[in-house]
Design a protein around this ligand. Structure first.
Ligand code: DX5
Ligand code: ZN
Length: 227
């Protein structure tokens, strides 16, 4: 599985998104992580379809849209029409998760399912063969800049085992929350493939250098680690 860096624009400068995306592109970002929050499922509001449509014009990188909203089924088509390439939905709000995964794929995007820190891995057992990727939340969603929850490492391993047992050996695991230069190596060693990072990329003033350093650390861990 190849490593991908997915900077989260949640911590970017919203008045200069084009500039910030150019910077992370130069720094080696592989996809742009877009955090959509509705003030219901999570206690914060962010951005919606029009911003994704504008981002589509600003970058050729895949747009990785993480829907932290109570009714994702209503918005999947508008987000994909606007240019989302990857769409991830939370298992906690979807009674018909299998149908939702099918809808995302039918509309031409890659389908991811997301697990909150308190959601057991078994919640995705019945769809493990169907997903294109799994997103493990390593903080409680809602805000950037939170501290990585150490228990997430065991969860990443358990998700890998579940996907492999279902025969879905090629589905990557995305890890989101508190990924930085300290936590990235253990995350990669545990089986994290796609690394979301907000504060670690945009928090220190030079997103290009920060993205490059984080990606280098991830690649180094993937080469030298236990995977
Ligand atoms: C949290 C979001 C994350 C967040 C990550 O609710 O889903 O994508 O922006 O930010 P950091 O890397 O700062 O924890
Ligand atoms: Zn996210």
């Amino acid at each position: 599985m190849s490593i991908r860096l997915a900077p989260s624009i949640l911590s970017a400068d919203f008045s200069a998104l084009g500039r910030d995306i150019d910077a992370i592109t130069r720094g080696g970002a592989d996809q742009v992580h877009v955090d959509v929050m509705d003030g219901h499922f999570v206690p914060n509001l962010t951005i919606g379809v029009p911003v994704v449509r504008s981002l589509r014009k600003a970058t050729s990188l895949p747009l990785d849209v993480h829907l932290m909203i109570t009714d994702p089924d209503r918005f999947i088509e508008p987000f994909i029409d606007a240019g989302a390439n990857l769409v991830s939905v939370h298992v906690e709000v979807l009674p018909h998760l299998h149908r939702t995964i099918g809808l995302i794929k039918k509309l031409g995007a890659q389908a991811g399912v997301v697990l909150n820190p308190s959601t057991p891995v078994g919640a995705i057992a019945e769809v493990a063969a169907d997903v294109d990727f799994v997103l493990v939340m390593s903080v409680n969603p809602g805000f950037g800049g939170q501290v990585f929850i150490p228990r997430s490492l065991a969860k990443i391993r358990a998700v890998r085992a579940l996907l492999d047992a279902a025969g879905n050996t090629t589905a990557p695991i995305e890890v989101d929350g508190g990924v930085d230069l300290v936590t990235v190596a253990p995350v990669v060693e545990a089986g994290g493939d796609w690394l979301v990072a907000g504060q670690a990329v945009f928090g220190a003033g030079n997103p290009e250098a920060a993205a490059r350093a984080l990606k280098d650390a991830a690649l180094h861990a993937a080469r030298g680690g236990r995977r």
